[in-house]
Ligand binder design. Structure first.
Ligand code: ADP
Ligand code: MG
Length: 459
């Protein structure tokens, strides 16, 4: 058995201590399979399921190569969506803590470009962003990639699906050919091989657990006429009672419809799709992560790669056209050793999709009918928390501890009632147990955070 400790890698001692503080006790399989080669400077093409720790696999490598005194961009990470880019930035920042003054800048669309230009002028060691916006900066000459040592293509399969090939080409052409190129992908279709052939130099290929462990995810398939899917979904929700679930639809139109129908039926649901304003998307995600909304109804693109820990269930309102998408969807549940539930509705005419799923995963896909699912009269419990939005964030030097202090200080609410706290650039979000939400709102509105008054509202 190979050594899975981070100490077996040529990492600086302060980084090893940082990893320990982060609770990273052992490498995940993809980290163990990629880090030795990545740290040695090889190009890599790595395939592993969502939630397997791919970010640290490339972040640890790119960080060891940075020169902190050089404020030029030395590492570039391309991601398909803004949500992913911000998750990757957050992880890189955590892993960069062992060194001082490493600047990580996130460049994505859906945000004004001015402040991004400002951040770049102050210098940035690591750039994380979506291809479209990075290309905009190159065109405006507000970003220079001539000193990039490490280029990472994260979720490369999805970037290609989203039509970013040309943008990626334009961007890569401005980086030095001496760079190291690390390509990560959950799947390995033909066009990924082509991408690799174009941009990589003798890459090592690593595949880890491409499929989910059968023991970990309980997959159930329910035949259901197309016209009965809404009632079928409600039936599944009230029988299985998941603490939280993502319901996947193949189109935005269905996302809207399903979400509206659930809410009309008294089940609090939020929608997530590509047509939404970025701010609304961020807020929906925060609400879901904060457990103030149990059901998230989403398209694949919008939900791609989201690192939602602890998702008890995934529901396919309809089966996706493509098996790899199915595998990706259900990979959001049954993570980190927990059991997951994946429920799928499908029309009899789509039985071929089900067969394809069974073949691909080499396992039985037994059919069930919805009539076999006992009808339950117990309504789905309302969400545990309510999320409050504070109009002040990282840019106002607000930290989670400040918010917790403002809530639980003198005559404040019980710390037990406070759930997750998320601090974004310009706003912060705090989850409060339902019955303490009014008190908490009053406490925050009347009090101060960091000696300042901020606007606070309920999401
Ligand atoms: P992927 O990109 O493969 O979907 P992520 O990089 O987002 O996965 O990692 C998933 C989660 O696992 C993150 O919350 C990350 O902080 C955590 N993680 C990564 N590596 C380790 C490790 N070695 N030990 C413990 N947790 C880890
Ligand atoms: Mg990832």
């Amino acid at each position: 058995m190979s050594d899975l400790t981070f100490a077996s890698l040529p990492l600086p001692a302060p980084q090893l201590r940082n990893l320990e503080r982060l609770g990273y006790r052992a490498m995940t399989p993809i980290q163990a399979a990629t880090l030795p080669a990545a740290l040695a400077g090889s190009d890599l093409i790595a395939q592993a399921k969502t939630g397997s720790g791919k970010t640290a696999a490339f972040a640890l490598a790119l960080l060891t190569r940075l020169n902190p005194r050089d404020f030029g961009a030395q590492a570039l990470v391309l991601c398909p969506t803004r949500e992913l880019a911000s998750q990757v930035s957050a992880e890189i920042r955590r892993l960069a803590r062992y060194q001082q003054n490493i600047k990580v800048v996130t460049l994505c669309g859906g945000q004004s470009i001015g402040p991004q230009i400002g951040s770049l002028e102050h210098g940035a060691h690591v750039i994380v962003g979506t291809p479209g916006r990075i290309k905009d900066h190159l065109r405006k000459q507000t970003l220079n990639l001539e000193r990039i040592c490490t280029l990472v293509l994260d979720e490369a399969d999805r970037m290609l699906e989203m039509g970013f090939m040309e943008d990626i080409e334009t961007i890569v052409a401005t980086t030095p050919t001496t760079r190291q190129t690390l390509l990560f992908s959950a799947t390995y279709p033909q066009n990924i091989q082509q991408l690799s052939a174009r941009f990589q130099n003798a890459p090592q290929r690593v595949t880890v657990e491409a499929l989910h462990d059968e023991q970990q995810i309980d997959e159930r398939f329910f035949v259901c006429d197309k016209g009965e899917r809404l009632s079928g979904l409600t039936r599944l929700l009230s029988h299985f009672h998941p603490g939280a679930a993502v319901v996947f639809c193949n189109t935005r139109e269905w996302v809207r419809e399903v979400c509206a129908a659930l809410n009309a039926g008294g089940i609090t649901a939020c929608e997530l799709h590509g047509d939404m304003e970025q701010r609304d998307r961020d807020q929906v995600l925060v609400q879901f992560k904060h457990r103030s909304c149990r059901i998230l109804v989403a398209t694949d693109v919008a939900a791609r790669g989201l690192d939602i820990d602890d998702l008890p269930a995934v529901i396919n309102f309809e089966l996706p056209r493509n098996v790899e998408v199915y595998v990706h969807r259900i990979g959001r549940t049954g993570r980190a050793g927990k059991k997951g539930l994946a429920l799928s509705l499908f029309a009899e005419s789509q039985i071929h999709r089900l067969r394809a799923i069974g073949d691909y995963q080499q396992r039985d896909t037994a059919l069930e009918t919805l009539q076999e699912v006992p009808q339950s009269n117990q309504p789905l419990a309302p969400p545990e928390y309510i999320t409050l939005c504070i109009q002040g964030g990282r840019k106002d030097k607000v930290r989670p501890g400040d918010i917790l202090g403002a809530l639980t200080g003198e005559a404040g609410i019980n710390g037990q009632a406070v759930g997750k706290i998320t601090v974004a650039d310009n706003a912060s979000y705090v989850a409060i147990a339902r019955d303490s939400a009014d008190d908490a709102l009053g406490q925050l509105r009347n009090g101060r955070i960091k000696g300042r008054k901020f606007k606070v509202r309920r999401l």
